[in-house]
Design a protein around this ligand. Sequence first.
Ligand code: FMN
Length: 367
Amino acid sequence: MTDFANIKKGLCIGGQQVSLPLIQGGMGVGISLSRLAGSVAGAGGVGVISTAQIGFDQEGWEADPLGTNLKAIGTHVQKARAIMEEKQKQEKYKGRKGMIAANIMVATRFYEKYVREAVKAGVDLIISGAGLPASLPEFVKCSKTKIAPIISSLKAARVILRLWDKKYRRVPDLLIIEGPLAGGHLGFSPESLEHIDMDDYDREILEIIDTARVYGAKYGQKIPVAVAGGIDSAKKVRHYLDMGVDGVQVATRFVTTQECDAPMAYKQAYIRAFKEDIRIVKSPVGMPGRAIYNDFMAKVERGERPAIHCHKCLEKCQPSKIPYCITDALINAAKGDVDHALLFCGANAWKAERIMTVDEVIEELFP
Ligand SMILES: Cc1cc2nc3c(=O)[nH]c(=O)nc-3n(C[C@H](O)[C@H](O)[C@H](O)COP(=O)(O)O)c2cc1C
């Protein structure tokens, strides 16, 4: 039996309450910005802005990507908050509590600067994956900003919990488990993604919840745990809540919404995609990713290498050794040039049939 009380309870993140146990997954580049994040937060969830090349469409970005990106963080946080507050004035959403968060990938060059800028901009929460955010507690010290690492395995959960416990005497405000059906970069080996056993993964989730409970107990705190990856229906939301998870992180379902910041050509690529078009791709970040098979991926597979003009975006990228520039490929996607782009998506993106509103998606997930 579903614990409907769990849905009504919402989600408490580091003492701050949101009305729905829902986090909208951060999506870079330019897919989850202020419009999507503000709309989800206004409905009572956690709206997440991706800071990955967040200033890509601003003047001056080519010459000064770092400075332009940092400036754009403040602009998008302000806009998202304004959208959230406007929506909360509607009768339907009066009294709903949402949160504005930033997704900042650990692999980002100058990660610390991005985190500090997001704190300055007043985000409620910072979510960090694509690497283990070992020093994140230090970067948010003396602020009210909550922090959430994304992990994909029990091993990674243990490493980050132990590290923060020993070094900072604290626990995460939220722990996000990103499973093998997620979109974007994946914390799994390409081999393990060939044979995904979700029952096995559910067992791993239960072990992670137990581990979080032990660390939380040490500090008299409950570490809420959210699960991400392939959650696209009320049935799946219920499945995870019944397992004892506190919230769900959903990304792919929000791409094909009116409010999503992606261009229409990107949204249509999801709607047009068949199941067999969704494949695992090698990314210059050094992790596999999931994307829609297109001309661009076919060229990469054939070893054709587009010209690379380095934007110095990733800490460990070696421009001479990579098959393509991930920033260029993702910016092309964000600009709607979908044939020359990496179209990140979750395993269930092919199920999208039409453009919906954020509210319709949320109503489907939490009927
Ligand atoms: C288009 C797209 C871009 C993404 N970009 C990021 C990102 O920049 N950083 C990150 O941590 N996760 C990223 N993700 C992962 C999502 O935040 C989320 O955890 C995951 O996709 C959830 O699975 P779902 O898409 O099946 O709902 C991305 C996912 C998608 C679909």
